[in-house]
Ligand binder design. Structure first.
Ligand code: C2E
Ligand code: MG
Ligand code: MG
Ligand code: MG
Length: 284
């Protein structure tokens, strides 16, 4: 009987595995057509100064409007894109679109929020992100300081010269490098010494139980102090409650991103939000 059950479980898992890989390859096929069919768009989520007085930057977050599945989360398709050459064309599209939006913001505001974009490690490894950014900045007559580039900790652990050179060149244009999902990787902090990094984004997983867990509080306040003593700017992501915000204020966190203050929104919605906040931006 146990044997029978074992076989059933195995069959179940095999079937499940097949379903997953079928779903994945179907998604991959559709992904190839998504760019030319104009199915991607970017949303922008504000990153606020902790007192809520200013939108310092906005994070560009990709969305895929699938014809039958509806909106597909980047968590579901970016990993698939990263396994193929697709990430290069999608990544390039993101850079172009985000830079165009940065241009639009700079046209309207003297102290426009920066536009922060997520770049996959394979874009650095098998492409040249620095060159792409330079091209866009030149074409749009935009300053590098209008942008922020978000990378993950894992890319710094790769310890590759090609990546290092691109990061150096990006920073030399005035663009900040932010380490995304900080604290979730291997956290060999020595990379902070070696690489040109200006920002840490403390991962949402540290914020979820911030109010109920003393250890998490120590960790988060420690990360904020660490960043501060290294002259790094900190963004805390995934802030959903007033209680979390109050604690982060106490810890001296400079910047906040999360549903409590704003969800990701379209570019038009963001422009409207900025327009209605006279304290946020100085209109040109
Ligand atoms: P991420 O870069 O860490 O982005 C933050 C994610 O947290 C976003 O999810 C955002 O919508 C979500 N978030 C922000 N505040 C809150 C909150 O208060 N509560 C909750 N529950 N979630 C919050 P999203 O947009 O689904 O993106 C997921 C991930 O997909 C991103 O994580 C990033 O790793 C990746 N991604 C998104 N856009 C791009 C892109 O253009 N290129 C690349 N390579 N990756 C991207
Ligand atoms: Mg990010
Ligand atoms: Mg993040
Ligand atoms: Mg995250």
């Amino acid at each position: 009987k146990a044997k029978q059950r074992g076989r059933n479980t195995r069959e179940y898992f095999n079937q499940q595995l097949n379903e997953d890989s079928k779903r994945r390859s179907l998604l991959e096929q559709d992904l190839y057509k998504a760019l030319e069919r104009d199915q991607f768009y970017l949303l922008y989520q504000p990153i606020w100064s902790v007192d809520g007085s200013r939108i310092e930057s906005v994070e560009a977050l990709i969305r895929w409007q699938h014809p039958t599945r509806g909106m597909v989360s980047p968590n579901d398709f970016i990993p698939i894109a990263e396994e193929s050459v697709l990430i290069h064309s999608i990544g390039k599209w993101v850079i172009q679109e985000a830079c165009r939006f940065a241009r639009q913001l700079s046209d309207s505001y003297a102290n426009a929020p920066k536009v922060s974009m997520n770049i996959s490690s394979s874009q650095f490894r098998r492409g040249n992100v620095a060159a792409q950014l330079t091209d866009e900045l030149t074409a749009l007559k935009l300053k590098g300081s209008a942008l922020v580039v978000e990378i993950t900790e894992s890319i710094l652990l790769l310890d590759e010269q090609k990546i290092f050179q691109q990061l150096e060149s990006i920073v030399s244009m005035g663009t900040d490098i932010a380490v995304d999902d900080f604290g979730t990787g291997y956290s060999s902090l020595s990379y902070l010494k070696k690489y040109p990094v200006q920002r840490l984004k403390i991962d949402k997983s540290f914020i979820d139980d911030l109010e109920s867990n003393q250890d998490t509080q120590s960790l988060v306040s420690g990360m904020i102090s660490l960043a501060d003593s290294l002259s790094l700017k900190t963004v805390v992501e995934g802030v959903e409650t007033q209680g979390q915000l109050d604690l982060l204020k106490q810890f001296g966190s400079p910047m906040i991103q999360g549903y409590l203050l704003a969800r990701p929104m379209t570019g038009d919605m963001l422009l409207t939000l900025l327009k209605n906040r006279t304290t946020t931006a100085v209109e040109k």
